[in-house]
Design a binder for this molecule. Structure first.
Ligand code: BG6
Length: 508
C-alpha cells in the first residue's frame, strides 16, 4: 500500500468530540498499519488553552476508549503515536491567532521535514468554515506554491441550496475545487464502496440493474438511538438534512449511477452528479403525497422508559422537527424511468440498520405454487451496517412431492472473512485525502444537486408548519402512513419487529 507524502495535519476543533471519538483513533489505526507518512505531525487547534502535554494526555485517554484496534497495537506504539501530536490554542476570530499558528506550523514543518504540505481539517461549527478558510488564506496558507494544501470540510455543508452555493463560492475564493474535500462519512464505509464493486466487477448484476428487471429500490437508514445530547443541533436540522440530503442521496447515487469509464475520482464523481441531477424534482402535490415525516414519542422499549423527542435536552416542547422521513421518488433517465425509489431514515427505530434492497420483477407467468409468505420476487439486499454483507433471496423447491416453492437465502457476511480488517470510515477517508484521492469525498456540484432535490420539501414544510407530522412511539418503525407510500400489498422490508411495549426484540 502506497504511503502518503510528508505533511502536517491541522485539526480545527481539536478539543471537540469528533477529534476525540473519530479522528485521533482513525489516525492511530493508520499508524498501526504503517500507513502514515514517515514525516508527519498533527497540530490540534482549538479554543481551550491546552498545552501539547495536556492535549497528548487527553488523546491518549481517547485512544483507550475509541479504537477498534487493528493488528499491531501495543503500549509503545501508542506512546510513539501520541508524540506526533501538538496543540495550539486559537481564537478563530482573531487574525493574530493565525499568525502564531503559521509560525508553529513553519517550525514544526522544518523539524519534521514536511515540505510545506498541509491538510486543514475543519471539525468546527459550519458558521466558522468561511472565516477560518479566509483567515488561512490571509496567512498564505492556502496556495500550493510551497507544498500542497488541502482542506477537509465536515457536514453539514450548507443548510439549503442557497447556503451550500454560498459556501462553495466562498471556499473556492481561497482554495481550488481539487483542494477541497467535503466529507460524507458514509462514502468511507467499506460496504458503501462495495456497492460499486458489486455492480461493476460482476457480469451478472449490471444487465438486470434497470427498469426492465427492477420493480423498485428501497433504502433504509435506521437508528435505534435518539438524539441524545445533540438536541440543540438537531432542532435546526431534522432527519432530512441530517441523513437524507447527504448520506442517503450519496447511496442512491452509487446504486443508480451509470458505469464510470474508469475508477478514478472524476469519472466516478461525474456519474454520481449526473444521476443526482436526474432525480425528479418534487412538486407541492408530490411532497404532500410522497413524503412522510414523523417524530418519536415516549414509549417503553424492552421494559425501559424512553423519552419522546420533545422531552430531549435542547428541544422545544412544541418542536415540529422530523426525526423520521420516508420518501418515494423517481429518477428520470433511460435506466430508471418509472422505477420507484423508497427511502426512509429515522431515530429511535427498533434497530440500527442501513441496507439497500433491490426488488426484482417477478416471473412473467407463475407455474408453481408458492408457499404462504413467500415472494415471487427476488431481492438483493446490500447490508451496509451492521453485519455488513450481501443477501440474495430466491425461490427453491420445497423437498417432497409436487413443486412447492419456498424462499431461501444466499448470504455473505464480511465477518466470515475473519482475517480481514474492516477499516473505519474516517480511517479510509483521512488516508485518501492524504494521498490526494478525492473519489470518496462529495464534489461541490453533487452537494448542490442533492440540496436542489431536498429544497422544495424543506420549503413546503417551512411554509406549511401545520402539515402532518406523525408521532411514532420510540422503538417502532416510524409512522404507519409511510407504508402508504407503496402501492398494492407492497411495503418496506422489516428486518425485525417493533420493540415498543411488546417485549419482543431481534438481533440482526
Ligand atoms: C451523522 C448524523 O452524519 O450520521 C447523525 O449527524 C447520525 O445524526 C450518524 O447518527 C449516523 O452515522 P452511522 O455511521 O452511525 O450510521
Amino acid at each position: 500500500m502506497q504511503k502518503p507524502e510528508a505533511h502536517i495535519l491541522t485539526i480545527f476543533g481539536a478539543s471537540g468530540d469528533l477529534t476525540r471519538r473519530k479522528l485521533i483513533p482513525a489516525l492511530y489505526n493508520l499508524y498501526l498499519q504503517d500507513l502514515l507518512p514517515d514525516h508527519f505531525a498533527v497540530m490540534g487547534a482549538g479554543r481551550k488553552p491546552f498545552t501539547d502535554q495536556i492535549f497528548r494526555e487527553q488523546m491518549s485517554a481517547a485512544l483507550k476508549s475509541h479504537t477498534s484496534r487493528p493488528p499491531g497495537n501495543s503500549t509503545e506504539k501508542a506512546e510513539s503515536f501520541i508524540k506526533m501530536l501538538y496543540y495550539t490554542s486559537l481564537d478563530t476570530s482573531d487574525p493574530d491567532s493565525y499568525k502564531s499558528l503559521k509560525l508553529r506550523l513553519g517550525k514544526l514543518g522544518k523539524e519534521n521535514q514536511t515540505k510545506g504540505n498541509m491538510i486543514f481539517y475543519l471539525a468546527i461549527p459550519p458558521s466558522l468554515y468561511t472565516p477560518v478558510a479566509h483567515s488561512l488564506a490571509a496567512q498564505k496558507l492556502t496556495n500550493d506554491t510551497d507544498g500542497w494544501k488541502r482542506i477537509i470540510v465536515e457536514k453539514p455543508f450548507g443548510y439549503d441550496l442557497e447556503s451550500s452555493r454560498d459556501l462553495n463560492i466562498s471556499l473556492r475564493e481561497v482554495f481550488n475545487e481539487e483542494q477541497i474535500y467535503r466529507i460524507d462519512h458514509y462514502l468511507g464505509k467499506e460496504t458503501v464502496q462495495n456497492i460499486m464493486v458489486t455492480r461493476f466487477s460482476n457480469g451478472i448484476f449490471e444487465p438486470i440493474w434497470n427498469r426492465n428487471y427492477v420493480s423498485h429500490v428501497e433504502i433504509t437508514a435506521a437508528e435505534s438511538l435518539g438524539v441524545g445530547d445533540r438536541g440543540g443541533y438537531y432542532e435546526g436540522s431534522g432527519a432530512l438534512r441530517d441523513m437524507f440530503q447527504n448520506h442517503i442521496l450519496q447511496i442512491v447515487a452509487l446504486v443508480s449511477m451509470e458505469p464510470p469509464v474508469w475508477a478514478d475520482s472524476s469519472s466516478i464523481r461525474n456519474e454520481m452528479v449526473k444521476v443526482l441531477d436526474s432525480i425528479r424534482q418534487l412538486t407541492v402535490e408530490d411532497v404532500k403525497r410522497d413524503v412522510v415525516r414523523g417524530q418519536y414519542t415516549d414509549s417503553v422499549v424492552r421494559g425501559e422508559n424512553i423519552i419522546g423527542y420533545r422531552e430531549e435536552k435542547g428541544v422545544e416542547t412544541d418542536s415540529r422537527t422530523e426525526t423520521y422521513a420516508g420518501l418515494k421518488f423517481f429518477i428520470d433517465n433511460w435506466r430508471w424511468k418509472d422505477v420507484p425509489f423508497y427511502a426512509r431514515t429515522g431515530k429511535r427505530l427498533p434497530t440500527r440498520v442501513t441496507e439497500i434492497v433491490i426488488h426484482f420483477e417477478g416471473t412473467p407467468h407463475h407455474i408453481f405454487r408458492h408457499n404462504q409468505g413467500t415472494s415471487a420476487h427476488n431481492q438483493l439486499i446490500i447490508r451496509i451496517q451492521p453485519d455488513e454483507g450481501l443477501l440474495l433471496k430466491f425461490g427453491m423447491k420445497t423437498p417432497g412431492a409436487g413443486y412447492n416453492v419456498q424462499d431461501v437465502n444466499m448470504d455473505f457476511h464480511y465477518s466470515s472473512l475473519s482475517e480481514v480488517y474492516l477499516p473505519a470510515a474516517y480511517e479510509r477517508l483521512l488516508l485518501d485525502c492524504m494521498l490526494g484521492d478525492s473519489t470518496l469525498y462529495a464534489r461541490g456540484d453533487a452537494v448542490e444537486s442533492a440540496w436542489r432535490f431536498v429544497d422544495p420539501i424543506l420549503k413546503f414544510w417551512e411554509e406549511n408548519p401545520s402539515h402532518a407530522l406523525y408521532g411514532y412511539p420510540a422503538g417502532t418503525w416510524g409512522p404507519k402512513e409511510a407504508d402508504d407510500l407503496f402501492k398494492d400489498d407492497l411495503t418496506w422490508r422489516y428486518p425485525c419487529r417493533n420493540l415498543a411495549d411488546d417485549g419482543l426484540y431481534c438481533e440482526l
